[in-house]
Design a protein around this ligand. Structure first.
Ligand code: THU
Length: 131
């Protein structure tokens, strides 16, 4: 992917932070996922007074995408505190691996960004096998 595409994805993730519902942590997270067909779906974190029910921005975006028939993500951008990398939590890593183990994970890093392969962030992930 080109630098300009990563930058656009990060910008959309940043815009989604405005929708974050995070009255408990006051930590606004936004995400944007690019799909194989060029479409982009965004998400934000949604907290709950029963803390454990809180939903991360990445899973919010991914499940929203599935409702639109999009399940082939190629890259996800995640934004939290400005300029500081906001790496996806363990649960989100496993959740995203379901759809593409090799997707790019784009994180802000100062004025620039860094890109990881999801497979690097979650080696030896759980795979569902019945035999
Ligand atoms: N959060 C995310 O949205 N994504 C992550 O990968 C980690 C954490 C949210 C959950 C909670 O609303 C807030 O950040 C503080 O943990």
């Amino acid at each position: 992917m080109k630098k300009i595409e990563y930058t656009k994805l990060l910008q959309l993730a940043k815009e989604s932070q405005n929708f974050s519902y995070s009255p408990y942590s006051n930590f606004c997270v936004g995400s944007a996922i690019l799909f194989e067909n060029g479409q982009i779906v965004t998400g934000c974190n949604v907290e709950n007074s029963s803390y454990g029910l809180s939903l991360c921005a990445e899973r919010n975006a991914m499940t929203t995408a599935v409702t639109k028939g999009l399940n082939k993500p190629i890259a996800i951008a995640i934004v939290g505190k400005p300029g500081v990398p906001c790496a996806p939590c363990g649960a989100c890593r496993q959740f995203l691996v379901e759809f593409n183990y090799e997707m790019d994970v784009v994180l802000e890093n100062g004025l620039d960004f860094k890109v990881y392969k999801l497979s690097t962030l979650l080696p030896d992930h759980f795979v569902y096998k019945t035999e």
